[in-house]
Design a binder for this molecule. Structure first.
Ligand SMILES: *Cc1c(COP(=O)(O)O)cnc(C)c1O
Length: 366
């Protein structure tokens, strides 16, 4: 029996049901199931939230990455620099364009180590794709300096970092494009798949808006064969409703993170510090510990569900075999893969539950 679940979507529905049902009803009775007002409003809302001129709603965060990479000019044979510890989609998006992921190890905070990027640049490098893992924005000042020096576009994998800020800038507004997911497990979550792309580039906006809809430029004209990757009107309506709740949700997660940081014993538990210039939205709360697997089982025995993001680094996945990487290539990532544990941090956690989790973790190391 899990008494403290890692994530609690049924509690979310319970709390939102009375307000969400009429919204869902309105979409269903309107007959407008694809495109339309809710989708247009969603695009305006998220463009504003991210501080960019344009947002394109899509069917998933993965599609945002694939379309984004293509729009910034990544072609077969090109190399894209990215970290090996992310959700698998960051890398798979690169391979779908028949481009080659070139991994760069991470730092203490699980984000790409910006000081190692320059060494990985070759004549084939076409783009840099940092991932803002856990809700923490990568070291974008350094990354943008390198990108500008070599004239490389930057694509931000912002799937875990909606609303995050860094040095006064919003997640998804720093590189040429930003890619977001509204998957049910993300901080801004739909009741199904969804995602969007942000940019200040009108051409990219127009191109992807057309590509996601068969390549249509008007009702009957196709300039370039496209795909089907539209956001459902129903999901857009749910997201528009939940966008109003996002600031409160982020505040709760930040408060939970601060509570953990003050309660957890820093002698046994490593928590990367937030930099002064950043606003972390804590999509996940990841600690780094010895005896991770034993701790995970111990917590489970106390009814506390945890998770691991991610247990197998991407360069060691069976799917990465042809890339030619081996164990030992990225020591930080590999070391962290055995030490990271994600504690529940969702907005429905109660104070007593937080206390129980922290106390249980501390007592395991006593
Ligand atoms: C969730 C996620 C994605 C993919 O998003 P989907 O909407 O599931 O396609 C990509 N990158 C990262 C870092 C993610 O966490």
């Amino acid at each position: 029996m899990t008494s403290i679940p890692y994530i609690n979507l049924s509690e979310q529905w319970k709390q939102e049901r009375a307000e969400l049902l009429p919204i869902i009803e309105a979409v269903l009775s309107s007959g407008q199931y694809i495109g339309g007002n809710e989708v247009n409003i969603f695009e305006e809302n998220v463009a504003k939230l991210c501080g960019v001129k344009y947002a394109v709603s899509l069917n998933s965060g993965t599609d945002a990455l694939v379309f984004g990479l293509s729009a910034i000019g990544v072609r077969p044979g090109d190399e894209v620099i990215t970290p090996p510890n992310s959700f698998i989609a960051s890398t798979s998006a690169i391979t779908h364009l028949k481009a080659k992921p070139v991994f760069v190890d991470v730092g203490d905070d699980q984000n790409i180590d910006s000081l190692k990027i320059e060494k990985a640049i070759t004549s084939k490098t076409k783009a840099i794709m940092p991932v803002h893992l856990t809700g923490r924005i990568a070291d974008m000042n350094t990354i943008m300096n390198i990108a500008n020096k070599y004239s490389l576009p930057v694509i931000e994998d912002s799937a875990q970092a909606i609303g995050s800020k860094y040095d006064g800038k919003n997640s998804g507004s720093i590189g040429r494009v930003g890619c977001f997911s509204t998957h049910p497990l993300k901080n801004l979550n739909a009741c199904g798949d969804g995602g969007f792309l942000t940019t200040n580039d009108e051409n990219i906006y127009k191109q992807i808006s057309s590509l996601k809809n068969h390549g249509l430029v008007d009702r009957n004209t196709v300039e370039k064969f496209g795909y089907v990757s539209r956001m459902d009107s129903l999901q857009a309506a749910i997201l528009n409703y939940r966008l109003q709740k996002l600031p409160d949700l982020i505040e709760k997660r930040r408060r939970n993170a601060a509570a953990y940081t003050s309660m957890l014993d820093s002698r046994n538990i490593f928590i990367p510090k937030d930099r002064d210039i950043e606003f972390n939205t804590y999509h996940t709360f990841v600690i780094q510990v010895d005896k991770r697997d034993e701790l995970k089982s111990y917590l489970m025995s106390k009814g506390i569900e945890t998770s691991i993001h991610y247990p197998i680094p991407i360069h060691l996945q069976p799917a990465s075999k042809s890339l030619g990487y081996k164990i030992g290539d990225f020591p930080m990532t590999e070391n962290q893969a055995n030490r990271i544990l994600t504690l529940p941090i969702h907005q429905y956690l109660r104070e007593d539950e937080l206390g129980k989790i922290a106390e249980s973790v501390n007592s395991f190391y006593k």
